[in-house]
Design a protein around this ligand. Structure first.
Ligand SMILES: [Zn+2]
Ligand SMILES: [Zn+2]
Length: 290
């Protein structure tokens, strides 16, 4: 097969079939659920809201922790992710958008774009603000090695549990299939769903305040619940700088709740909010009268 990326994608999907060989256990489900949340939050808080949008500030040390956290999701390095995403906002649903379903069709916007060799390059001109950090440049370049170490750690954890608690019915290979393969695929497709159906379906409560020219994004509740807030995609394209994506009180946004927790812990600060929430906070503090 000529397209190595397509071949790799097919192989990873086929590896998921090993689930019928390794079976399931409560331990494997526990690992799956734990990493489902850890990775959903890593993607939205670290890769998306911090590296792509700088929605809050932090120290250089915690910035690197954020890179590792988002890096766990197997969606390449932080600078690659941020550069592609910044390009998406810059050309939203217009020519130049790397994964708009309005330019490439639903399949092209979902997965087809990621199968092109040029899509794999980090556009460094779009992440100049992070280029001065060698630790980020190195991590971005050798992200595959990080993922291999993660795979080794998962395998080792499964083997250790099997050795000391044989009644758990798990194994290194079982944990590897459930987390490294299935969990990764679930997250990859959820992210792809935000890019594809998140730009053709869903409600558009702020359509009169459109911020990005070609934007056709929509809010899809089920997608938001599964992605720690990412599915409120129309809100996000209306207030792209904001750390808070769930705008209404009922729009569950686990990513923002995590950001609030990190802020309380003193790890991050200067958390950016949409204008309407900033007004409310100022009103509460009595700094504005209206
Ligand atoms: Zn989008
Ligand atoms: Zn964004």
């Amino acid at each position: 097969m000529k397209n190595k990326l397509l071949l790799r994608l097919i192989i990873v999907h086929m590896l998921a079939l090993f689930v019928f060989k390794v079976g399931v256990s409560a331990t494997a489900i526990g690992f799956f659920v734990f990493f489902f949340f850890v990775r959903a939050l890593g993607l939205t808080v670290a890769y998306h809201r911090y590296f792509a949008h700088r929605a809050f500030k932090t120290t250089r040390f915690f910035q690197f922790i954020l890179a590792l956290w988002g890096g766990l999701c197997a969606q390449r390095g932080p600078l690659w992710w941020a550069s592609k995403h910044r390009k998406h906002h810059r050309h939203c649903d217009l020519p130049g958008d790397p994964h708009s379903p309005h330019q490439l069709g639903l399949w092209g916007g979902h997965i087809g774009w990621a199968l092109k060799a040029e899509s794999m390059k980090t556009d460094e001109a779009l992440v100049k603000d992070f280029k001065k950090y060698p630790e980020l440049m190195i991590f971005n370049k050798y992200h595959d090695l990080f993922m291999l170490s993660f795979a080794a750690l998962l395998y080792l954890s499964g083997e250790l549990i099997a050795h000391y608690y044989p009644q758990s019915g798990t194994s290194g290979f079982q944990i590897l299939i459930w987390v490294y393969i299935i969990n990764t695929l679930v997250h990859v497709h959820l992210t792809f769903c935000v890019n594809s159906i998140g730009h053709v379906r869903g409600s558009r409560p702020f359509k009169d305040h459109q911020c990005e020219k070609g934007d056709k994004s929509g809010n899809i509740p089920w997608l938001a619940w599964l992605t720690a807030g990412e599915g409120w995609h129309h809100n996000h394209h209306t207030f792209p700088y904001s750390a808070r994506i769930g705008i209404q009180w009922f729009e569950l946004d686990l990513g923002y709740l995590t950001i609030l927790l990190l802020e309380k812990m003193g790890l991050i600060w200067d958390v950016k909010l949409p204008l309407l929430h900033r007004r409310k906070a100022q009103q509460k503090a009595g700094t504005i009268l209206t």
